[in-house]
Design a protein around this ligand. Structure first.
Ligand code: IPM
Ligand code: MG
Length: 366
């Protein structure tokens, strides 16, 4: 098959980890006989430096024309001035919105080899397998917001959470369909005891679950209580659906179950058009350029890219197996080891994934 992929390396460690995933995709393409082409564009801080804005029309157009997009990370202290006209993060929000990527899939799976890398107890996290569906183009991130100066000289700022029925319906349906292929349980997280917008989520979700998915187990959990249950009973969750802001916070919290943010990929999907794949971690400016970033989250994102945008399930599985193999073989980047323990850098880790890929592919095709 033929596929065209846009790479958006972005800022900080973004370029380093994107390079790793690019190498893996090139390798997979040649092994499985696919023709994959790549084109690189700017987003975030680097785009602000070059063009004055975090996302240009030409980047958006290139993305629209691709089968899939692989993004590194955006942001860094250089662009953190709270008085700046624009921020790198605005580029990420804009590309999600422009491409209609309303569903952000964030799988939280613990790796047997990394159970001791988590700050949480083994018996609690072992076997955790959660798939978050975070709504990505609505809510607090995109509602009316502003800041005004009052007559008394005080400033007054506001951000508003807004959702429509159809925005809730489409993400809930997507999440429920996924639950049907997994352990058949959907958890919806809201704050319906306080927020009007959550009460809409609750009514709409209850109706869809009753009318279309009565074969699934369905529960609602308040977001504050979810913050607790994620740490006390993570194994009891299968698919979790929630709004943009709650999903942002809960998935960072959940990333501590597998032990490192450096292991977690995500996919942002719409109803049609290219999907966008990225690690959950940010640009990690403190370690940028040192060659020590963990590339596995972005490599796992490239597996999701193969699966969800290119329909290459076998290729996705081989990438995931390769990552498991390097972990089983004991290779670790700095984020995965205790202080002072031996670790390898970004390139060396990528080399290990590629050699694992070769071994796995040659045994399955033998
Ligand atoms: C994420 C990030 C982004 C978000 C930032 C960088 C805008 O935290 O993808 O979770 O808040 O959505
Ligand atoms: Mg976040």
């Amino acid at each position: 098959m033929k596929a065209h992929v846009v790479l958006l390396p972005g800022d900080g460690i973004g370029p380093e980890v994107t390079r790793s995933a690019h190498r893996v995709l090139l390798d997979v393409a040649s092994r499985f006989g696919h023709h994959m082409t790549f084109e690189e564009h700017d987003i975030g801080g680097i785009s602000i430096d070059r063009y004055g804005i975090p996302l240009t029309d030409s980047t958006v157009e290139a993305c629209r024309g691709a089968h899939a997009i692989l993004l590194g990370a955006v942001g860094g202290p250089k662009w953190d001035d709270p008085n700046a006209k624009t921020r790198p993060e605005a580029g990420l929000l804009a590309i999600r919105k422009e491409l209609g990527l309303f569903a952000n899939l964030r799988p939280i799976v613990t790796f047997p080899e990394l159970l001791d890398a988590s700050p949480l107890k083994r018996h609690i996290i072992e076997g955790t397998d959660i798939l978050f569906y975070r709504e990505l183009t609505g809510g607090l991130y995109f509602g009316p917001s502003g800041c005004e100066t009052l007559e008394n000289g005080e400033q007054r700022a506001y951000s508003t959470a807004v959702y429509t029925t159809s925005e809730v319906e489409r993400i809930v349906r997507m999440a429920a369909l996924a639950a049907r292929t997994r352990r058949r349980k959907l958890t919806m997280v809201d704050k319906a005891n306080v927020l009007e917008v959550s009460r809409l989520w609750r009514r709409v979700t209850a109706r869809i679950m009753q009318d279309e998915f009565s074969d699934l187990e369905y529960e609602v959990v308040l977001v504050d209580s979810m913050a607790m249950h994620l740490l006390s009973r993570p194994k009891s969750f299968d698919v979790v659906v929630t709004s943009n802001m709650f999903g942002d916070i809960l998935t960072d919290e959940a990333s501590m179950l597998p032990g490192s943010l450096g292991m977690l990929p995500s996919a942002s999907l719409g109803n049609s058009g290219p999907g966008l794949y990225e690690p959950i971690h940010g640009s990690a400016p403190d370690i940028a350029g040192r060659g020590i970033a963990n590339p596995l989250a972005t490599i796992l994102a490239s597996a999701m890219l193969c699966r969800h945008s290119l329909g290459l399930e076998q290729e996705a599985a081989v990438i995931e197996q390769s990552v498991r193999k390097v972990l089983a073989d004991g290779f670790r980047t700095a984020d995965l080891v205790a202080r002072g323990q031996p670790s390898i850098g970004t390139e060396a880790m990528t080399d290990q994934v590629l050699s694992a890929l070769e071994q796995i592919q040659s045994t399955t095709h033998a």
